[in-house]
Write a new protein. Structure first.
Length: 261
């Protein structure tokens, strides 16, 4: 496959932590599936197809070719993603998935894995995470059961993806140069260097807030982690996951473009 064409068509994702579903196209093992975790889907599928010596999993080695059909990403870190991976692999052992029935004779392995993840995306703690559901190859797409559709804040997208590792900007690169003068717009107290400060994605907005203060102002459902809320300064609608990802160094190009308008 032409990698230049993939790069041209692929979406870019920064600091990706994702769980994926593989499908085996080998005639001897056709229909077999595999669930895993990755920070780089394109590298990971190559490892699976090249075997254990190239970093692939023992269960997929010498059974390829495999195709990566589905990718769920947007987890805040590897720990969160790996817990999701384990539950997806072992629904019968997960205390959160006791309500999910086992594979029926009419289901393929792939259909069963999809049904399990459909259930997972609708229950805690995963239903409040800023996850994205990506079908990497069109011929594997399955429509969600209307009763098991993911929450509205989780987009369903299509096509290949390219990952990029980014790091947070240092304090002297922040749009507020003097850290000591930053006042939390929620509690009105001056921030300290050790505090986790979140800013609005709108670069023209001056909003700066303690993480917990902003979470409290967003939260009207009693959950510790909010899903979305309104910026207390510029009043635009914000997804909590976007604010956290910006704090981790993502969206720097987006921020720069907005600031130049």
């Amino acid at each position: 496959m032409n990698m230049a064409k993939i790069n041209e068509d692929a979406d870019n994702e920064e600091n990706l932590h994702g769980c994926y579903l593989l499908y085996c196209t080998n005639t001897r093992f056709k229909g077999h599936t595999y669930i895993g975790y990755t920070v780089n889907p394109n590298r990971r599928i190559k490892q699976h197809n090249h075997g254990v010596k190239s970093g692939g999993a023992k269960r997929t080695s010498n059974r390829g070719p495999w195709e990566m059909a589905l990718l769920i990403y947007g987890f805040p870190n590897s720990v969160s993603a790996l817990k999701f991976e384990w539950a997806w692999q072992h629904p019968q052992k997960s205390t959160r998935l006791q309500h999910v029935t086992g594979k029926s004779p009419k289901e393929t392995r792939f259909q069963f894995r999809f049904r399990v993840v459909s259930e997972m995306l609708r229950i805690g703690p995963w239903h409040r995470l800023p996850l994205t559901i990506r079908w990497l190859k069109q011929h594997y797409v399955i429509e969600f059961n209307p009763l098991l559709r993911p929450p509205p804040h989780m987009p369903i997208v299509y096509g290949p993806v390219i990952t990029k590792k980014v790091t947070p900007k240092s304090n002297d690169e922040s749009h507020l140069d003097n850290e000591e003068t930053i006042r939390c717009c929620v509690c009105q107290r001056l921030t300290k260097s050790r505090d986790i400060i979140l800013g609005c994605i709108n670069r023209r907005c001056s909003m700066q807030s303690h993480l917990m203060c902003l979470a409290g102002s967003f939260n009207d459902t009693g959950h510790i982690i909010p899903v979305e809320g309104t910026c207390p300064v510029c009043k635009i609608s914000l997804l909590w996951g976007d604010l956290i990802r910006q704090n981790q160094g993502c969206y720097q190009n987006l921020v720069e473009e907005v600031s130049e308008i």
